[in-house]
Design a protein around this ligand. Structure first.
Ligand SMILES: [Mg+2]
Length: 115
Protein backbone atom coordinates (compact mmCIF):
# COMPACT_ATOMS: atom_id res chain seq x y z
CA UNK A 1 0.00 0.00 0.00
CA UNK A 2 1.38 3.38 -0.87
CA UNK A 3 -1.28 6.07 -0.56
CA UNK A 4 -0.14 9.24 1.15
CA UNK A 5 -2.02 8.12 4.28
CA UNK A 6 -0.38 4.69 4.29
CA UNK A 7 3.08 6.12 3.74
CA UNK A 8 2.53 8.68 6.50
CA UNK A 9 1.48 5.93 8.91
CA UNK A 10 4.60 3.95 8.06
CA UNK A 11 6.79 7.02 8.62
CA UNK A 12 5.10 7.63 11.99
CA UNK A 13 5.53 3.99 13.03
CA UNK A 14 9.21 4.17 12.14
CA UNK A 15 9.54 7.36 14.17
CA UNK A 16 7.53 6.13 17.15
CA UNK A 17 9.42 2.86 17.43
CA UNK A 18 12.57 4.96 17.91
CA UNK A 19 10.95 7.64 20.09
CA UNK A 20 12.15 10.34 17.70
CA UNK A 21 9.03 12.51 17.71
CA UNK A 22 10.60 14.47 20.59
CA UNK A 23 13.22 15.77 18.13
CA UNK A 24 10.78 16.65 15.35
CA UNK A 25 10.01 20.31 15.81
CA UNK A 26 8.82 21.90 12.55
CA UNK A 27 12.04 23.83 11.96
CA UNK A 28 14.29 20.77 12.25
CA UNK A 29 11.94 18.67 10.14
CA UNK A 30 11.97 21.38 7.44
CA UNK A 31 15.75 21.55 7.76
CA UNK A 32 15.97 17.78 7.27
CA UNK A 33 13.69 18.03 4.25
CA UNK A 34 15.99 20.64 2.72
CA UNK A 35 19.11 18.59 3.46
CA UNK A 36 17.59 15.59 1.71
CA UNK A 37 16.69 17.82 -1.26
CA UNK A 38 20.33 18.91 -1.28
CA UNK A 39 21.41 15.25 -1.36
CA UNK A 40 19.15 14.86 -4.39
CA UNK A 41 20.96 17.77 -6.05
CA UNK A 42 24.35 16.42 -5.03
CA UNK A 43 23.59 13.31 -7.05
CA UNK A 44 23.44 15.51 -10.15
CA UNK A 45 26.18 18.00 -9.32
CA UNK A 46 28.61 18.78 -12.18
CA UNK A 47 26.69 16.73 -14.70
CA UNK A 48 24.33 17.82 -17.47
CA UNK A 49 22.79 16.71 -20.73
CA UNK A 50 23.23 13.06 -21.80
CA UNK A 51 25.88 12.44 -19.13
CA UNK A 52 23.40 13.42 -16.40
CA UNK A 53 20.66 11.21 -17.82
CA UNK A 54 23.03 8.24 -18.02
CA UNK A 55 24.28 8.92 -14.49
CA UNK A 56 20.72 8.90 -13.16
CA UNK A 57 19.95 5.71 -15.06
CA UNK A 58 22.99 3.98 -13.56
CA UNK A 59 22.25 5.38 -10.08
CA UNK A 60 18.50 4.83 -10.14
CA UNK A 61 18.43 3.37 -6.63
CA UNK A 62 20.26 6.38 -5.17
CA UNK A 63 17.83 8.69 -6.97
CA UNK A 64 14.86 6.73 -5.58
CA UNK A 65 16.39 6.81 -2.10
CA UNK A 66 16.77 10.60 -2.11
CA UNK A 67 13.29 11.16 -3.51
CA UNK A 68 11.95 8.88 -0.78
CA UNK A 69 13.89 10.80 1.87
CA UNK A 70 12.41 14.11 0.67
CA UNK A 71 8.88 12.76 0.52
CA UNK A 72 9.23 11.15 3.95
CA UNK A 73 10.01 14.49 5.56
CA UNK A 74 7.20 16.17 3.63
CA UNK A 75 4.78 13.57 4.95
CA UNK A 76 6.01 13.99 8.53
CA UNK A 77 5.83 17.78 8.44
CA UNK A 78 2.37 17.77 6.89
CA UNK A 79 1.15 15.28 9.49
CA UNK A 80 2.63 17.14 12.45
CA UNK A 81 1.14 20.43 11.27
CA UNK A 82 -2.29 18.94 10.55
CA UNK A 83 -2.14 19.50 6.82
CA UNK A 84 -4.07 17.23 4.47
CA UNK A 85 -1.36 16.88 1.87
CA UNK A 86 -3.61 15.44 -0.83
CA UNK A 87 -5.98 18.37 -0.44
CA UNK A 88 -3.08 20.84 -0.30
CA UNK A 89 -1.70 19.55 -3.61
CA UNK A 90 -5.13 19.80 -5.25
CA UNK A 91 -5.65 23.34 -3.96
CA UNK A 92 -2.17 24.38 -5.07
CA UNK A 93 -2.80 23.01 -8.57
CA UNK A 94 -5.88 25.23 -8.75
CA UNK A 95 -3.82 28.25 -7.65
CA UNK A 96 -1.08 27.40 -10.15
CA UNK A 97 -3.62 26.96 -12.95
CA UNK A 98 -4.80 30.53 -12.26
CA UNK A 99 -1.21 31.80 -12.23
CA UNK A 100 -0.26 29.89 -15.37
CA UNK A 101 -3.22 29.94 -17.78
CA UNK A 102 -2.65 27.37 -20.54
CA UNK A 103 -3.00 29.94 -23.32
CA UNK A 104 -0.16 32.02 -21.82
CA UNK A 105 2.06 29.34 -20.33
CA UNK A 106 2.03 26.50 -22.86
CA UNK A 107 5.61 25.84 -23.96
CA UNK A 108 6.93 28.87 -22.08
CA UNK A 109 9.47 28.53 -19.25
CA UNK A 110 8.80 31.82 -17.49
CA UNK A 111 7.60 32.74 -14.02
CA UNK A 112 3.96 33.80 -13.86
CA UNK A 113 5.01 37.39 -13.19
CA UNK A 114 6.64 37.48 -16.63
CA UNK A 115 3.80 35.94 -18.63
MG1 LIG B 1 19.25 10.98 1.81
Amino acid sequence: MSSLEDLTQQMLEFRDERQWAQFHNPKDVALSLTLEAAELLELMQWKSGPELLEHLKVNRELLADELADVLGWVLVLAHDQGIDLGMAVKEKLIKNAAKYPIEKARGVAKKYTEL
